[in-house]
Design a protein around this ligand. Structure first.
Ligand code: PXL
Length: 272
């Protein structure tokens, strides 16, 4: 029987990110993907587009959750991505309390910043609420900027080394998550590394860094990682497979396609 995940994040109608990435990726991994859309946006908020139309679905989240609870629905995993407000963080926190069972894996990508800066609409108050949500999660997947902001520190973007990342990961474990996966690190030239860290072990999963900056790769990585984990891969293998999938998707993207990556022809890499 396939596993069931609920993916909690916005639906950007166009943009190859958030739910339009999670649904196909988790499905390719053989996982049933239910969705709890937190907002409807005409596109993502990246600089490739003008300001998008946004309809918040905040009020609808508890109604949907209540209906699921009424029908006895449970989830093997709860995957949290881009959220729009501190109120939504609180609602997601309650959703975890309502739906977590002893076997549920709760995975949080604290999407709010990259390259040393908050994305549009986020600030330190939001980062503090996100840090509190980490305590309820089994695994968190911040990039380096998000990791610093979760800890209330100035974002670091260059001149760091593995020791610095290990210290950061140790401090993030202090927020309460069992496993930290620090994504998108540049520890060597032309290489992208992910640091997997928990109380007992630390491992680096690395791949060649492809030139350019691409939107939505973090969302694709998070869903591929979760899909492979639920498919039975051990964490380092799942991270390796997710890295390979994202790398191939970037390589498959035409240079003039700026707003996302063309991952569709690479989904086969995630299948058994
Ligand atoms: O890819 C992360 C993401 C998801 N959803 C929306 C975004 C972003 C990043 O900017 O704007 C709406």
């Amino acid at each position: 029987m396939s596993k069931r995940v609920v993916s909690i994040q916005d639906i950007s109608c166009l943009g190859q990110c958030s739910l339009t990435a999670a649904l196909p990726v988790l499905t390719a991994c053989g996982v049933e993907c239910a969705v709890l859309p937190t907002a409807l946006l005409s596109t993502h908020t990246g600089p490739e587009f003008t300001r998008p139309f946004v309809r918040s679905l905040t009020e609808d989240l508890p109604v949907i959750a209540r209906h699921w609870a009424e029908n006895g629905i449970t989830f093997d995993a709860i995957a949290i991505g881009y959220l729009g407000s501190r109120q939504q963080i609180d609602l997601v926190s309650r959703f975890i309390d309502q739906f977590r069972t002893p076997k549920t894996l709760v995975l949080l990508d604290p999407v709010m910043a990259d390259n040393g800066r908050f994305y549009s609409g986020f600030d330190m108050d939001y980062a503090r609420s996100m840090a509190a949500l980490c305590a309820k999660c089994d695994m968190i997947l911040p990039n380096l900027t998000e990791a610093c902001l979760l800890l209330g520190a100035e974002p670091v973007t260059e001149g760091y080394d593995e020791t610095f990342c290990l210290t950061l990961a140790e401090r993030l474990i202090g927020l309460g998550a069992k496993t930290v996966l620090l994504t998108g690190l540049e520890l060597e030239p032309c290489t992208v590394s992910n640091l997997i860290y928990d109380r007992d072990s630390a491992a680096l999963v690395s791949a060649p860094r492809l030139p350019g900056r691409f939107h939505g790769t973090g969302d694709l990585f998070a869903s591929a990682l979760l899909g492979r984990l639920l498919g039975g891969d051990p964490l380092p293998a799942a991270a390796g497979r997710a890295c390979q999938f994202v790398g191939a998707s970037i390589a498959n993207t035409a240079p003039d396609h700026r707003y996302g990556v063309s991952f569709e022809n690479c989904l086969n890499l995630l299948m058994d």
